[in-house]
Design a protein around this ligand. Structure first.
Ligand SMILES: N[C@@H](CCC(=O)N[C@@H](CS)C(=O)NCC(=O)O)C(=O)O
Length: 202
């Protein structure tokens, strides 16, 4: 049985939950309360020295961390991996971009606002600027394409979905991004996940 260690408040962890649910792979979920330091305990660090969720323990005892690496592992040979080599590379392009140019702003602002309870004035203004720039880049791409990589949903769409869908909780306004809004609806529906009704839980 696949063992997943994660916290469902984390978009990185949701990627793993959603891919396993979509693929119908049985797994056991172990809640790790990241706000309570449970990703930094001695036993957790033995499993993942990086002190972060998500982590999966595979049958046979091998352990894998990093959300996008985990998703890529599970989607091999499935319809979420584009068959075309260029589309596959494009999918990876989005996954690397997500970790460097999207998640560090969109997810971090959400975390500070929602979980650390910081007021907007207390949050580094660079986060809203750079996060909005990331969302604008997606909007721009989606004006010409329905999906991020190739002609059908791939891991790129799955991995960009959680933090983009929850961006409202970070104070990001998606009103000016109609194609992105449409993509969120189509992608959440494709993967069978519920879209938050307000987009801003604050
Ligand atoms: N690049 C990593 C980021 C993982 C990460 O930042 N995890 C956060 C939750 S989203 C965490 O475990 N934080 C707990 C801590 O730092 O103590 C991934 O995609 O898996």
């Amino acid at each position: 049985m696949i063992e997943v260690h994660g916290d469902e408040r984390s978009g990185n962890c949701l990627k793993v939950k959603w891919v396993l649910d979509y693929l119908g792979r049985p797994y056991r979920w172990h809640h790790v309360d990241i706000l309570n330091g449970e990703a930094r305990t001695k036993s957790f660090l033995t499993m993942n020295p990086a002190g972060q969720v998500p982590v999966v323990c595979l049958e046979g005892g091998r352990v894998l961390a990093q959300s996008n690496a985990i998703v890529l592992y599970f989607i091999q040979g499935t319809r979420l991996t584009p068959q075309d080599a260029f589309d596959r590379a494009r999918m990876l392009e989005w996954l690397f971009w997500e970790q460097y140019s999207h998640e560090p702003y969109v997810a971090v602002r959400r975390f500070q606002r929602l979980y650390l309870g910081r007021a907007d004035e207390e949050i580094d203004s660079g986060l809203i600027e750079r996060g909005t720039k990331a969302l604008r880049r997606m909007e721009h791409h989606l004006r010409a394409q329905d999906w991020l990589a190739g002609e059908q949903p791939s891991a790129a769409d799955l991995c960009l979905l959680p933090y983009t869908m929850l961006a409202g909780e970070g104070g990001f306004d998606l009103a000016g991004f109609p194609r992105l809004d449409d993509w969120i609806s189509r992608t959440s529906s494709f993967f069978g996940v519920a879209r938050p009704s307000t987009g801003d839980a604050s």
